[in-house]
Design a protein around this ligand. Structure first.
Ligand SMILES: NC(=O)C1=CN([C@@H]2O[C@H](COP(=O)(O)OP(=O)(O)OC[C@H]3O[C@@H](n4cnc5c(N)ncnc54)[C@H](OP(=O)(O)O)[C@@H]3O)[C@@H](O)[C@H]2O)C=CC1
Ligand SMILES: CC(=O)[C@@H](O)[C@H](O)COP(=O)(O)O
Ligand SMILES: [Mn+2]
Length: 379
C-alpha cells in the first residue's frame, strides 16, 4: 500500500489525483488532505477516502467543519495545517497540487521529513528552485514531475545518460488566444481567457497559459528538475497538445512522449513510477488525428516568455519576483481590475524596480515574494 497526502485536494490536480486513487483502491491509502475553502468538497473526499489528517485555509473554516469530521481525524488550518499534512503522518508521497508560492514552506517541510514529492505546484520551483532541489538531493527523496511536459521529459530521459542530452523542447498549446494579434488582445475578457482549447484546469494556470507565463514557469521548472542550462531548454508551439514534450540527444535522435491530453496519466505515473498501470485515458490514434502542427515561438507576440528566460538567466530572486508579480496580476485580472495585457506589464515593471538578490536563502526569498506582491498590487 502506498500512502499519499495531497495538498490542494479540492482543485483540478487534487481531484484528478483522487480519481487515480479511486481507480486503484488496493494500491493507495490516503493519509492526508489539505484544501483551501471548498469545505463541501473536502468533506465528501473525507467520507470517501478516510484520511487521518485534514487541513483547511483558516481557523474559522476549521471551526465550521469540526463537528462534521469522523472521530479520530486530526484537523488543522492555515500554513501550519499545510505543513502538518505535508510532513506529519505516514505518507510516503506528497502530491503538491496547491496553486502558487503558498506551497513552498509545506513542500520544504515534506522534503525535510523525507517524503517523495509528486510535484504539480510549479510555482515552488520557480520561487526557490535551488532550495527545493538541494534539499531533495540531501534527503535522497524523489521530485517526480506531474506537469505534463515535465512528465514527458522525465519519461524520455528514463535510462539515458544525462551527459547525452543536447536539449529539451517543451511544447506549448498557445492557450486561449493563440491566434489573436497583440492588438486583438487589448479587449479580451476573463471569460474568454478561461477557455483553454485543450485542457480543463484551474483558473490561474488557464490564464498563465494564455499569457504564456505558464510556459515561462515551465522553462524554469525544467531547468531545476533536470539540471539543464537555459540554452538547453526550448519551446515550440504545438496547438494540438499531443506531443507533450521531447528530448534531443547528442547523436541527433529525438525521443518524444505522446498521448491524448489527460492529466490522470502524468499524475498516475508520478505515483507508480517506475511502473505503469492501466489508465482511463483515451488511446491516441495518430491515423484518426491525421496531422500534427508546429510553429516557431514568437517572443514578440508572447513577451512574458522572453521575460521568463531573462529572469532564469539572471537567477537569484529574479524568478521569485517573476512568479509573485504574476500571481498578483492574474488575481487582479480575474477580479476584473485590470486588462489582460496589463498582466505582463506588471511583471515587467516589477522586475525593473526590484533589486535582485543572488543565491538567496529562504528568508530572502520570502522577503522578495512579499515585497513583490505589495508592489504588484499597486501598479
Ligand atoms: N490543472 C492542471 O491540469 C495542471 C496544473 N498544474 C499546476 O498544479 C497546481 C494546481 O493547479 P490546479 O489544480 O489547476 O489549481 P486549482 O485552482 O484547481 O486548485 C488549487 C488548489 O489549491 C487549494 N488552495 C489554494 N490556496 C490555498 C491556501 N491558501 N491554502 C490551502 N489550499 C489552498 C485550493 O483549495 P480550494 O479550492 O478548496 O480553495 C485547491 O484545492 C498549479 O501549480 C498548476 O500550475 C500543472 C499542470 C496541469
Ligand atoms: C496540462 C499541463 O501540463 C498544463 O501546464 C498545460 O501545459 C497548459 O498548456 P499550455 O501552457 O501549453 O497552453
Ligand atoms: Mn504543463
Amino acid at each position: 500500500m502506498k500512502k499519499i497526502s495531497i495538498l490542494g485536494s479540492t482543485g483540478s490536480i487534487g481531484t484528478q489525483t483522487l480519481d487515480v486513487v479511486a481507480m486503484h483502491p488496493e494500491a493507495f491509502e490516503v493519509e492526508g488532505l489539505a484544501a483551501g475553502s471548498n469545505t463541501k468538497l473536502l468533506l465528501e473526499q473525507v467520507r470517501k477516502f478516510n484520511p487521518r489528517r485534514v487541513s483547511v485555509a483558516t481557523k474559522e473554516l476549521a471551526e465550521e467543519i469540526k463537528s462534521s469530521l469522523p472521530e479520530g481525524v486530526k484537523l488543522y488550518s492555515g500554513k501550519e495545517g499545510l505543513t502538518e499534512v505535508a510532513a506529519g503522518g505516514e505518507a510516503d508521497t506528497v502530491v503538491t497540487a496547491l496553486v502558487g508560492s503558498v506551497g513552498l514552506q509545506s513542500t520544504l517541510a515534506a522534503l525535510e521529513a523525507g517524503k517523495h514529492i509528486g510535484l504539480a505546484n510549479k510555482e515552488t520551483l520557480v520561487t526557490a528552485g535551488h532550495l527545493v532541489t538541494e534539499l531533495a538531493a540531501r534527503k535522497g527523496v524523489k521530485l517526480l514531475p506531474v506537469d505534463s511536459e515535465h512528465s514527458a521529459i522525465f519519461q524520455c530521459l528514463n535510462g539515458e545518460n544525462p551527459k547525452d542530452v543536447a536539449s529539451i523542447t517543451l511544447t506549448a498549446s498557445g492557450g486561449s488566444f493563440r491566434d489573436y494579434t497583440r492588438q486583438e488582445l487589448e479587449n479580451v475578457t476573463v471569460e474568454q481567457a478561461l477557455r483553454h482549447p485543450n485542457w480543463s484546469m484551474g483558473a490561474k494556470i488557464t490564464i498563465d497559459s494564455a499569457t504564456m507565463v505558464n510556459k515561462g514557469l515551465e522553462v524554469i521548472e525544467a531547468r531545476w528538475l533536470f539540471d539543464l542550462s537555459y540554452e538547453q531548454v526550448h519551446v515550440l508551439l504545438h496547438p494540438e497538445s499531443i506531443i507533450h514534450s521531447y528530448v534531443e540527444f547528442r547523436d541527433s535522435s529525438i525521443v518524444a512522449q505522446l498521448g491524448t491530453p489527460d492529466m490522470r496519466v502524468p499524475i498516475q505515473y508520478a505515483l507508480t513510477y517506475p511502473d505503469r498501470w492501466e489508465s482511463p485515458a483515451k488511446r491516441l490514434s495518430l491515423s484518426e488525428i491525421g496531422k500534427l502542427t508546429f510553429k516557431e515561438m514568437d517572443f514578440d507576440r508572447f513577451p512574458a516568455l522572453r521575460l521568463a528566460f531573462e529572469c532564469g538567466r539572471a537567477g537569484g530572486t529574479a524568478t521569485t519576483a517573476y512568479n509573485a508579480a504574476n500571481e498578483i496580476a492574474v488575481a487582479r485580472f480575474l477580479r476584473g481590475e485590470i486588462a489582460f495585457l496589463h498582466i505582463e506589464e506588471i511583471i515587467s515593471e516589477v522586475l525593473q524596480r526590484l533589486e535582485i538578490v543572488a543565491y538567496p536563502n529562504l528568508e530572502q526569498i520570502e522577503h522578495c515574494d512579499q515585497t513583490t506582491r505589495e508592489l504588484a498590487a499597486t501598479l
